[in-house]
Design a protein around this ligand. Structure first.
Ligand code: AMP
Length: 320
């Protein structure tokens, strides 16, 4: 507790008074934060969020939660709007989580525009934006991490080691703070969704996780905060990800079952685009994310491709 007096050093009477005072202060905040009218609240500390959640729980309100890193787009908004239909109240977190970025990934360059996010959230009917600071989430000497074995070491986990450990840790923390009844994730991050579901099951978290479909641009490019990094030419080239996925789907629908042949066709399609460099193309089981050789039932075709310097991901589920 650097910079603060140890509790033992404060006389008991004063200590009680201090606790009462800080409780009073939190209650005052909570009252300010209470959702008496339609105003969206912005809460930027963990204690204030926890106090509000306590009040909402007492009132028997159900909470829908959408964790995001901000720089919102229609993909995020579709999650907010669905959450709004299912629950009394929608909480959206905006937090660019430092521990899910690798040493070579530039977190400082991650796009941010809180004012715009605020307006978009309000227009989508969000009730609370939770906007904690890095210091609040990871105070000095932070030591606890959540790690899901197996599922995290394939697909994106190969080129982004440690990424999913950062994701599960922050989502577990956010779940503990927001205590949602339902949480909403996008199929866009297919592997992340499978991992979060596994974490919730394994850790007996009483949260209903919903995974919603990918929202795309007109040319099929999956919406992503990272698309802003693309130059106009790269933006055009980026459509090749979805094009290769739909081509693969057509091939399967036409009767092809050998995954090697399908991924080869996808590779050839993508390689025709000069700015594109494939990180991986995989056809896996939707449940355990293990490679599939011969397609039957439901499979996930997932890929990560660099367009210039920007790494983009996309996927499609195909049933036969
Ligand atoms: P992010 O802000 O990128 O961490 O994303 C927050 C949530 O939005 C995640 O659950 C994503 O999977 C989801 N999401 C991002 N892009 C899309 C999209 N194009 N369609 C649907 N959901 C998305």
């Amino acid at each position: 507790m650097r910079g603060r007096k140890a509790p033992e050093a404060i006389p008991k009477v004063a200590r009680n008074a201090a606790t009462k005072q800080s409780k009073k202060r939190l209650l005052r905040f909570a009252r300010n934060d209470a959702l008496e009218n339609d105003n969206m609240k912005i809460i930027d500390t963990i204690p204030r969020m926890s106090t509000l959640v306590k009040m909402l729980k007492k009132e028997g309100k159900s909470i829908g939660f959408v964790p995001t890193m901000g720089y919102l787009h229609e993909g995020h908004l579709s999650l907010f709007k669905t959450a709004k239909k299912h629950t009394d109240l929608v909480v959206v977190s905006i937090f660019v989580n430092p521990i899910q970025f690798g040493p070579k990934e530039d977190i400082d360059k991650y796009p941010r525009d809180f004012k715009r996010d605020e307006e978009l959230s309000r227009s989508a009917g969000v009730d609370v934006i939770f906007y904690p600071s890095e210091k609040d989430m990871y105070p000095e000497n932070y030591k606890t991490f959540v790690f899901v074995e197996g599922l995290t070491e394939t697909l994106c986990g190969i080129s982004r080691p440690g990424h999913f450990k950062g994701v599960t840790t922050v989502v577990a923390k956010l779940f503990n703070i927001v205590r949602p009844d339902m949480a909403y994730f996008g199929q866009k991050d297919a592997q992340q969704a499978v991992i979060i579901k596994k974490m919730v099951k394994d850790l007996n978290m009483d949260i209903d996780v919903k995974v919603l479909g990918i929202v795309r641009e007109k040319d099929g490019l999956a919406m992503s905060s990272r698309n802003v990094y693309l130059s106009p030419d790269e933006r055009k080239d980026a459509a090749i990800l979805y094009k290769s996925l739909t081509k693969a789907e057509s091939l399967i629908k036409a009767g092809e079952r050998e995954t090697k042949k399908i991924t080869k066709m996808m590779e050839e399609t993508i390689q025709k685009t000069p700015t594109a460099k494939i990180d991986y193309i995989s056809i896996v089981d939707t449940g355990n994310l293990k490679d599939v050789n011969v397609i039957s039932g439901e499979i996930l075709i997932a890929l990560a491709v660099f367009i210039g310097k920007t790494r983009l991901i996309d996927n499609i589920i195909v049933k036969v």
